[in-house]
Design a protein around this ligand. Structure first.
Ligand code: 13P
Length: 265
């Protein structure tokens, strides 16, 4: 399974040091190997290089990914960070289309497709977030929303494969109403969505799907019992490194190989 801690707009260098010290203080490699887990930390852009260096220095078995990437490659786009910038500092993965980007920064489905394409072309593993809002769910249009988010993404991945580009990708189902709310989606809802997503589009390779939205110690074990999930994308409860490690401890030992986290470094 693939565990991604999304730090969002949190952390400082001293908090990062403390976080990594906690990870380094526990026998992490054995735990990850035993449970067949890969771990990534999604850090704010400004800390990516720092966290990456510190992780290497401490020989921690974790990967560092970005939380977003630009729809452009380079040029006069003040404040943006492009795929080449990520690659330049050794970052090989990025969240794409997080609902907070869609909601607060008006990111569109077209932007998500453009970012996905640039990541695939550049060899940066996109972790493509999708999910319905509460009104979508209440109005019974969940699957329509997911279709409009993912159909063009799938087309972009097919395009890349046809061009001989085999960068792996992840999908992350994050229902907007479950994020930071303390209420996670139920197993049957997750199963319905993941089954729909896998069957409704002609993915060139079977998608590995993560779940995010109020995952914590109290529910991760049950959620992990779903055969449909390849991992978790977690905000609040993994801002604490012990939350991340204790969650990993709770996960069942698995023989699953096809869906375990792809190492992209
Ligand atoms: P929470 O785990 O805080 O609900 O956040 C989920 C999320 O948005 C991860 O990307």
């Amino acid at each position: 399974m693939f565990l991604v801690a999304n730090w969002k707009m949190n952390m400082t260098r001293s908090l990062i040091d403390g976080y990594l010290d906690v990870l380094a203080g526990r026998p992490m490699s054995g735990l990850l190997e035993r449970k067949r887990l890969s771990v990534a930390l999604a850090a704010p852009h400004i800390y990516l290089d720092y966290v990456n260096r510190e992780v290497h220095r401490r020989k921690l078995p974790v990967q560092i990914v970005a939380q977003d990437v630009s729809t452009r490659t380079s040029g006069a786009f003040t404040g943006e960070v492009g795929v080449p910038n990520l690659l330049d500092i050794g970052i090989k993965g990025s969240l794409i289309g997080h609902s907070e980007r869609r909601r607060f920064f008006r990111e569109t489905d077209e932007d998500v497709v453009a970012k996905t394409g640039l990541c695939l072309n550049g060899g940066v593993v996109p972790i493509i977030c999708f999910g319905e809002s509460r009104p979508d769910r209440e109005n019974g249009v969940t699957l329509e929303t997911l279709r409009s988010q993912l159909e063009p993404v799938c087309e972009e991945i097919v395009r890349a494969r046809e061009e001989g580009i085999y960068t792996p990708f992840y999908l992350a189902y994050e229902p907007v109403w479950a994020i930071g709310s303390g209420v996670n989606a139920g197993l049957s809802d997750i199963q319905e969505v993941v089954t729909f997503v896998c069957e409704a589009f002609p993915w060139p390779d079977p998608p590995n799907c993560l779940y995010g939205g109020s995952v914590g110690l109290e529910n991760i074990r049950e959620l992990a019992s779903s055969e449909f999930l390849s991992g978790f994308l977690v905000g609040s409860s993994w801002l604490d490194p012990n939350g991340l490690l204790n969650s990993a401890e709770l996960l069942p030992q698995t023989e699953r190989t096809a869906q375990e986290g792809v190492r992209f470094k």
